[in-house]
Design a protein around this ligand. Structure first.
Ligand code: AMP
Ligand code: MG
Length: 352
């Protein structure tokens, strides 16, 4: 495990160029060499930054669990450069997985399929299925091709903490535990992929994400269910391991409030320093707080995708402010906000 600060290599790649500029190609070669030797590299994807290792090397993957402090019961998503590589890692390729991959890859959706024999136990937490995704980020795909192997890559943060959406978030959270960070700029989506279990008919959504249920239903040609935590007791734990109640949490205690401005005022009155995260900056109740010195107001966009893109960066930034509390205005209880709500509810769950 690295104990000095990592190198951060900026990887520019102008959209109009089909091959990366020489400096980026060199960075990719260096990252690929580390991966081939069983090391860890932090990489950009369109969802969040990932902490990558060779998915076919059990020792290398063990390094991910150590660096993150991740429980061995929480399986990893394997990243591939295309659908053909995904199929080579699956024991079978269900129709729903084929349809989702054909329509949405590269993209922010992960399919869970029967696991093929090349996948080590540690990747799937011993289970019979494997989660696969082709990221919509040219650097990530080119790195997979250059290394010549699929990459297991959970988010590049300590377990339970806020996921990184910039290279500097990775440095702040895992700086002494990773040797190299590829900087591909801020993540375009900003939250983790939608996870769809394709081993059941109909398929089930295990984790909400950037890709909506309606979009998935349109390609699988039928209804797709949510696997809600309340639904199914132990079945939920078996089907969706690693979806622990507390996750994505800043160090500063965070709470959700349907009356965030009122709650903020109450906390300020009791002497707390407060961060208020809200889409309702123009509401009279929020404006009335504007002059309070112990308050930081973060205005958020009123669109779920735009909100998601800023969410983790906002939490990282507020964590730097020595606040006593972060109060987040509860987003609407609609399907469009489901992924953001899921992250916020977990972020608000207190430690055990
Ligand atoms: P992340 O922590 O963002 O890397 O996402 C990994 C998550 O994907 C895990 O916490 C699980 O919820 C889900 N996942 C990964 N592999 C599987 C699998 N084989 N079966 C079901 N869910 C999985
Ligand atoms: Mg994570």
């Amino acid at each position: 495990m690295a104990r000095t600060l990592p190198d951060i290599l900026r990887c520019d790649w102008p959209v109009e160029e089909t091959t990366p500029p020489p400096a980026t190609a060199q960075a990719l070669e260096r990252a690929a060499a580390i991966l081939r030797h069983g090391g860890l590299v932090a990489i950009p994807t369109e969802t969040v930054y990932g902490l990558a290792a060779d998915a076919l090397d059990a020792e290398a993957v063990a390094g991910i669990f150590r660096a993150k402090g991740r429980p061995a019961s929480n399986p990893l998503i394997v990243h591939v450069s295309d659908a053909a590589m995904a199929r080579s890692l699956a024991a079978s390729w269900p129709a729903a997985a084929a349809a989702i991959a054909a329509r949405f890859w590269p993209g922010p959706v992960t399919v869970v399929v029967p696991r093929g024999p090349r996948i080590p136990d540690i990747v799937t937490a011993g289970g019979p299925t494997v989660a696969l995704r082709c990221p919509d980020h040219r650097l990530a795909r080119r790195l997979i091709e250059t290394a010549g192997t699929p990459l297991a890559a959970p988010s590049a943060n300590r377990s339970e903490a806020v996921s990184p959406t910039t290279a500097h978030h990775v440095l702040a959270g895992l700086g002494d535990r990773v040797a190299l960070i590829l900087d591909g700029g801020p993540c375009g989506q900003g939250i983790e992929s939608t996870v769809v279990d394709c081993t059941t008919v109909p398929p089930r959504i295990l984790r909400p994400g950037p890709l909506s249920r309606a979009a998935i239903e349109a390609v699988v040609g039928g209804s797709v269910e949510w696997l809600a935590a309340a639904d199914s007791g132990t079945d939920h734990a078996v089907r969706s391991p690693g979806q622990q109640p507390r996750h994505y949490a800043p160090r500063t205690p965070l709470e959700l409030s349907a009356e965030a401005a009122r709650r903020g005022a109450e906390l300020l009155d009791s002497g707390s320093r407060v961060g208020l995260v809200t889409t309702a900056v123009d509401d009279p109740a929020t404006r009335a707080l504007a002059s309070r010195r112990e308050l930081v107001v973060v205005p958020m966009p009123n669109d779920p995708a735009a909100y998601a893109r800023l969410l983790y960066a906002t939490l990282h930034a507020l964590d730097q402010r020595a606040l006593d509390r972060i109060v987040v205005a509860t987003p609407p209880d609609t399907e469009a906000w489901q992924a953001v709500r899921d992250r916020l509810v977990r972020a608000a769950t207190p430690p055990l």
